[in-house]
Design a protein around this ligand. Sequence first.
Ligand SMILES: CC(C)(COP(=O)(O)OP(=O)(O)OC[C@H]1O[C@@H](n2cnc3c(N)ncnc32)[C@H](O)[C@@H]1OP(=O)(O)O)[C@@H](O)C(=O)NCCC(=O)NCCS
Length: 174
Amino acid sequence: MTDTPTARPDESTLRIRRAVSVDLPELIALENRVFSGDRLSARQWSQHLASDTARIFVARSQSTLLGASVVFFRRNSSVARLYSLATLPEARGRGIGDRLVAAVEQLSRRRQCRALRLEVRSDNAAAQRLYLQRGYRLIGERLAYYEDGVDALRFEKLLSGKPSQDLPVQSGAR
Ligand SMILES: CC(C)(COP(=O)(O)OP(=O)(O)OC[C@H]1O[C@@H](n2cnc3c(N)ncnc32)[C@H](O)[C@@H]1OP(=O)(O)O)[C@@H](O)C(=O)NCCC(=O)NCCS
């Protein structure tokens, strides 16, 4: 492994784990830096942190929060929803987004979900490529879904019964 800026994160310092309340200020700061609209409020972040039907994962390297993913579960539904995914601009291209999605998939499998679904902006090529690379497929669209009128593309990944071997999720994932 090299130490160039595009190198994969150092396994010894990068950790993907369940978010806890001390992560809240950095989660809000991440949201404000990465998204210009359709943001979660501080109150919503707090609610999701405490909720059984939501799970937030954070990617941390030493003391810095570099990214986060949010998944929602619904009672009596075997379809989970990947609601949010973000990596700080300066930390992109190092596999963090991929690992945050992998953590969501692993938890969804453990919760016996048969599929994960998500919406992504039709103009967001980077995220679409990430999802396609991880085996998601296009299942539809929602016109003018976002605050600024951009359409959403809907993607789905069917989750096999076998737990994924591809991620080093730290404590907290069930
Ligand atoms: C989308 C996002 C989360 C990707 O995070 P990341 O940590 O840079 O992603 P990774 O380094 O794990 O990249 C994984 C794959 O995503 C795709 N990808 C990531 N950035 C890309 C880019 N700029 N252009 C094209 N493909 C890209 C590639 O397929 C990449 O795989 P590769 O490295 O083997 O080519 C990040 O760009 C981001 O936070 N964007 C703004 C918020 C956002 O769009 N969230 C998704 C909402 S649905």
